[in-house]
Design a protein around this ligand. Sequence first.
Ligand code: ARG
Length: 588
Amino acid sequence: MKKMITRITEIMSSAFAACGYDASYGTVTVSNRPDLCQYQCNGAMAAAKQYHKAPIMIAGEVVAAVGEQEMFASCAAVAPGFINITLRGEALADYVLAMGGAEKFGVEAAEKPKTVVIDYGGANVAKPLHVGHLRPAIIGESLKYILRYAGHKVIGDAHLGDWGLPIGLIITELKRRQPDLPYFDPDFTGEYPTEAPFTVSELEEIYPFASQYSKQEGHEEYRDAARKAILDLQKGNRGYHALWNHIMTVSMEDLKKNYESLNVYFDLWKKESDAQPYIPAMIEKMKAGGYTRISEGALVVDVKEESDTKEIPPCMILKSDGATLYNTTDLATIVERMKLFSPDQIVYVVDKRQDLYFDQIFRCARKTGLVKPETELTFIGFGTMNGKDGKPFKTRDGGVMRLETLVGNIRDEVLAKMADREIPEEEKQKIAQIVGLAALKYGDLSNQASKDYIFDIERFTSFEGNTGPYILYTMVRIKSILAKLTEIPAMVTKAGTRERGPEETNLLLTVARFADMVEKAAAELAPHRVCQYLYELADNFNGFYHANKIVSEPDEEKRNEWITMLQIVLKIFGDGTGMLAMETPDRM
Ligand code: ARG
């Protein structure tokens, strides 16, 4: 289905062409002065420079060439050279009714569907999920649905951290606490126990302890031991490998449960270690291509470019002791992804402080030919979630808040808001869980990903304003109107001829923008565009709702058209909130 904005642009473009101007000047945008018109074309202003003519003259000629149009109520040239366009109510309503019958409300599958890998987990095994993992999970999950809706093939990967120093620290700490375990006996040749020597909560205590301990003065030896342990693990130490397996089993189960409670579902549960088999051949290839050099004993690839305005350090591939690094793993993961999925694009949703790091990785991958020249490598660096004090969000005692705790807090806040609702307790709990999660997700996604934002539990859970609960509340309102009807009339496909009030027109205009919004959100990888749209849709729906009596409207033609519109709006809300991975309750 051709987008409304495209239809209008086509009319304007042919008019520009008919007057002897370049057709590209016919591009139309949604009006930024809705009080004056619905759409506008500023092409005459730009054309004036090329054709050395007053913009208002060009605009006048073009408007004359447009002439009478089925779709337009008015098309006028205004000083200094804008063209203001307003649609006929029926044309607009017809378009919206047609959207209701079209697949995905007229969003067409991308011309060139891409295969996209999204790397958006990044949680580290043996550490509980904390608020730092919230943003990538929420943003990545939403990007996955947006891109799929736009017709792309998307593979979401958890890319869990399971191979770095933290594992070395855990091994070292375990050895300090329980030196007699067989994993630490080099002469042990038997079968290792199948049961892990720790529970998940013990594991979660061990890592922070070891990390703290290793940083304290006088504990250099401990630090060295941890580094050596990870190197030994990488080299295939049997006992360490068995321990690592235990860490994986115990902690993966917990991580899966946690992500699930956020309604975040990865297609792949890959880990950094899965890329290890690709490392030797990758390094050989880099060496053979002449891309590497030795710098202070380490193997590096230079990635600086002439146009750089800041210093871009070389990308380190192997440390001087031969150990691989975070870099090596990320590069080998690219090799693996190219081999398994041959993606057109890999999107990384990672803390924006890793910006420079990913710049190095991308450059190194391109330079050494790990990807095709046309493969897109995209870094979506997200900002920090701050507390009300403007500093990174912490628990009251200054610790890192577990994700479970955060989700619980927000659910309780919603429950408190619903205290006076007459809903059975059990259902209320369920609703609060859904609404709480939506509040959290929307509070995050409504900001541009790169920006920091303040976690404000009161604002996020408010049923009014630009919030998740407000969107859900509006949906619930539509559901309840529809539920009041004794009978749902057949979907109307042809708009009636009548005056439409400003509230109805605004609602129709917003609905008509849906496909354009989805395309932009997908092209820019921008969930906040979906939020913005849903907020506007909710506001315009509520405006319409307050201005009209829908259920008791005596004019049957009008009433039936409205009921059709309500159903379309509700479904668009459903698809839109789906793109944000928000669930919706039936009441709240
Ligand atoms: N585990 C990493 C960390 O905690 C984040 C991983 C991000 N993804 C990646 N491909 N490097 O910092």
